[in-house]
Design a protein around this ligand. Structure first.
Ligand code: NI
Length: 434
């Protein structure tokens, strides 16, 4: 009994002290983040003017590595081709938290007339293209460089280690090429020292500056590609009874696939998508071809639903083909898993988000059926991925250019909140602030 009282008294005494220490640390982080603003914007503009396609981010990586070295971090380069990892060891022992940014641009010709608009040209899959940071990964690099500078200035008060992960090729690698988060994980970016939790942010061109948004659980969808080869028997188009018509069979399969989401998935739990994007068959109007090939994408917000859809695609395609006397060969290529925000970590860090953005500026958003390869880290360790507002205040989101388009535009006044969010999430995680 006595011991219990003593422990309780000690806890009561320790709690306000820890809280005061955290509050002071958070206030310093907030101030330092604000002081970073001009640098972060300058980095972002330079990166925006010099975008690099996935797995080719050598200039970007050089800038990051030089910056992290100048802060006294341990730096690894050439991770997953062009990735850079910086390790900041705090002044006290504790857990390891990772912060991640992606570095790649897209094969899009910029249409904005900004003074730092991209004029870079390259080739992509043999075609001449412009190159543009049309998803805002330039802002991610700049914000994480800023967070590294902020946290390095408070490192003696950090109980634990922060790992800064700058990842190539989030938008995907060329066919047959490995890259992105999957390769970073394969090259053990979450080991040595072993990462306990990971955070990442994405700028959002349709969310007002000053706001953060997130979703607990399935936030962004998994993305899988499927191919269905329907093998029938060709004939003269005038004598269809001599054929096993793969065109009609493929049409039935396409309609059958549309019943997966509408009739088989429990839509009140999680949304899902099955889209057929290509269909190729035949060369001449009066010839029934022997084969048809379809391909499409499967999106799910829950790994169990994803597996259910895979099974349904196989069952529907093979059985409809069989009913016609044809065969269907189904290939499903998993591409990116569900970006799944760990429920315990998300609720633990919610007060941090509310404290950095302020009341009313943390939005629980709807799920997104687009994908994000941050999910590969979340498959290994608890992670939280959230969105930072990058739309000028008072703008109607319907009038803004979408991500992955030539007019994509970010209001830079949103970047400081991103820096502050990343740095405070890391500090609060390490100090165990609830
Ligand atoms: Ni992106």
């Amino acid at each position: 009994m006595k011991t219990l009282y003593a422990t309780a008294a000690l806890m009561l005494a320790a709690a306000p002290a820890l809280l005061a220490q955290n509050t002071a640390l958070n206030a310093r982080i907030a101030k330092l983040s604000t002081q970073e603003e001009a640098k972060v914007i300058a980095w972002r503009r330079d990166l925006h003017e010099h975008p690099e396609l996935g797995n080719l981010e050598t200039r970007t990586a050089g800038i990051i590595a030089a910056h992290l070295k100048s802060l006294g971090l341990e730096v690894q380069t050439g991770v997953a081709r062009t990735g850079v990892v910086g390790i900041l060891r705090g002044g006290k022992p504790g857990p390891v938290v990772a912060l991640r940014a992606d570095m790649d641009a897209l094969p899009i010709t910029e249409s904005n007339s900004l003074p730092f608009a991209s004029k870079v040209k390259s080739t992509y899959l043999g075609q001449p293209v412009g190159v543009m940071h049309a998803c805002g990964h330039d802002t991610h690099v700049a914000m994480l460089m800023g967070a590294a500078e902020v946290l390095s200035q408070v490192k003696k008060d950090l109980p634990g280690t922060v790992k800064f992960i700058f990842q190539p090729a989030e938008e995907g690698s060329l066919p047959g090429e490995e890259g992105g988060a999957k390769l970073m994980v394969k090259e053990k970016v979450l080991e040595n020292p072993k990462v306990d939790a990971i955070f990442g942010v994405h700028i959002q061109a349709q969310t007002e500056v000053g706001n953060l948004s997130y979703r607990p659980g399935g936030e962004m969808a998994s993305s899988d590609r499927f191919t269905i080869k329907v093998h029938g028997k060709g004939s003269h188009g005038a004598y269809p009874w001599n054929s096993v018509d793969p065109v009609v069979t493929a049409a039935q399969i396409i309609l059958g696939l549309q019943t997966i989401v509408s009739r088989q998935v429990k839509l009140t739990d999680d949304a899902a998508v099955v889209t057929v994007g290509t269909i190729h068959a035949g060369v001449r109007y009066n010839v029934i071809p022997p084969d048809v090939e379809l391909s499409g994408t499967i999106r799910a917000l829950n790994p169990e639903v994803q597996k259910q859809i895979w099974a349904s695609v196989r069952r529907i395609a093979t059985n409809i083909a069989e009913s016609a006397g044809a065969t269907a060969e189904v290939t499903i290529e998993p591409y990116v898993p569900v970006t799944f925000n760990d429920l315990a970590l998300t609720s633990r860090m919610l007060p941090t988000l509310q404290s950095v953005a302020g009341p009313g500026h943390v939005i629980e958003q709807k799920a997104v059926t687009g994908a994000e390869d941050f999910s590969y880290y979340q498959e290994k360790v608890p992670g939280l991925f959230l969105f930072v507002g990058g739309m000028a205040k008072g703008t109607d989101p319907a009038t803004t250019a979408d991500h992955h388009t030539a007019g994509f535009l970010i209001d830079e006044s949103g970047l400081t909140l991103g820096v502050k969010t990343l740095a405070t999430l890391a500090a609060d995680y390490l100090t165990g602030k609830k």
